[in-house]
Design a binder for this molecule. Structure first.
Ligand code: FMN
Length: 341
């Protein structure tokens, strides 16, 4: 098990509220860090680098005030940077992160040794998110502090690997912090991730349905109303395979199972025959993430839209219950004679 010292000192639960495009903002991050988990957001959730810096200032000011008022240390926060030629803001946003000494940088797409070096130089940490073993190996070689194993069923651009397979392969070459991502929605899931050999849980979908997330009310409610069968994995929407809520695909006039446009004539014909009233012809202006909503297969465990602090208390309770149960199970088997002797 490997956790950075700054995490060990401040976390109440080994959880990162993961960065989500158009969903995570300062309010969610501040409340997460106050309650003792790592709060994060993508730099690109602000349209400009200036806007991004203003969010950093807002977060740092609020957390400093919290620490002065309570005498307690807030958990560290993190920023997600897309390290790829398609992101023209990378250099400017990285400079801002350096100026504000952002405690955790979560890199996506590219694990570049130079970025890692620049973050380490001011004392920051770099976690890199990966969906394949090859990318995990490359990131480990780039000297990242943590790997985020994005497994099958995760919200956003999910991987296809089973978590048991992925965690066990990564652990054969990486001793740094290992964060498990994909369908983790409860405190029991957090405990399970640790038993599997991960150090922390990365939770996205569960945090969309919180009061402080920037998702619209209908999106939050759709998650509460959905289960794993309502999630479609398709590359039709953003060009890269990702998980989307089928009801939001239908509402956009897309085939809920494939994400492909529905044939307008078929839709009209079916409606005339009173078949498939829920179908809509393809809609102008429906766009990925904004009105076609992403979520992971863990939606079935989301039944409420609490505020972040309530959610973290609930996760903590569930986590403790699961670890106590696990200790009982392990006591039951610990002294059993095994093997032939
Ligand atoms: C709506 C949505 C937007 C996301 N946007 C990003 C993003 O901008 N950057 C990123 O690194 N990951 C992004 N992700 C992936 C999450 O950070 C995380 O890997 C994933 O949600 C974990 O799986 P879970 O949703 O099953 O908990 C997004 C996920 C969702 C659901």
């Amino acid at each position: 098990m490997s956790l950075p010292e700054s995490f060990r000192e401040t976390l109440n639960l080994p959880v990162i509220a993961s960065p989500m495009f158009l969903v995570s903002g300062p309010e969610l991050v501040i409340e997460a860090c106050k309650a003792g988990i790592v709060g994060t957001f993508p730099a690109l959730n602000q349209r400009t680098s200036e806007g991004f810096e203003s969010w950093l200032i807002e977060i740092q000011t609020a957390l400093q005030a919290y620490e002065e008022e309570t005498g307690r240390k807030a958990a560290p926060f993190g920023v997600n940077l897309i390290v790829h030629a398609s992101n023209p803001r990378l250099a400017a946003d990285l400079e801002i992160c350096k100026r504000h000494k952002v405690p955790l940088i979560i890199t996506s797409l590219g694990a570049v040794p130079d970025v890692v070096k620049q973050v380490h130089a001011y004392g920051g940490l770099v976690f890199h998110d990966v969906a394949t073993v090859r990318h995990a190996q490359k990131a480990a070689q780039a000297d990242v502090d943590g790997l985020i194993a994005v497994c099958a069923g995760a919200g956003g651009h999910a991987g296809v690997l089973n978590p048991f397979a992925f965690v066990s392969e990564i652990r054969q070459f990486f001793n740094g912090t290992l964060v498990l991502a994909g369908c983790l929605s409860t405190g029991r899931d957090v405990a399970t991730a640790q038993v599997m050999g991960a150090d922390m849980a990365y939770m996205g979908t569960r945090f969309i349905s919180t009061q402080e997330s920037q998702a619209v009310a209908e999106y939050k409610q759709m998650i509460v109303d959905s289960s794993a069968a309502d999630i479609a994995y398709t590359s039709e929407i953003s060009g890269i395979s990702a998980n989307f809520l089928k009801p939001s695909l239908s509402a956009a006039g897309l085939d809920p199972n494939t994400g492909k446009p529905l044939d307008a004539e078929v839709v009209t014909a079916k409606k005339e025959l009173n078949l498939g009233e829920e179908l809509t012809a393809p809609k102008e202006g429906a766009s990925a993430w904004k009105s076609i909503w992403s979520a992971g297969q863990g939606v079935g465990a989301v039944h409420s839209i609490p505020c972040v602090s309530e959610l973290i208390s609930q996760l903590h309770e569930e986590y403790v219950e699961a670890t106590v149960e696990y200790a009982q199970i392990s006591r039951e088997y610990m002294f059993k004679p095994v093997g032939r002797a």
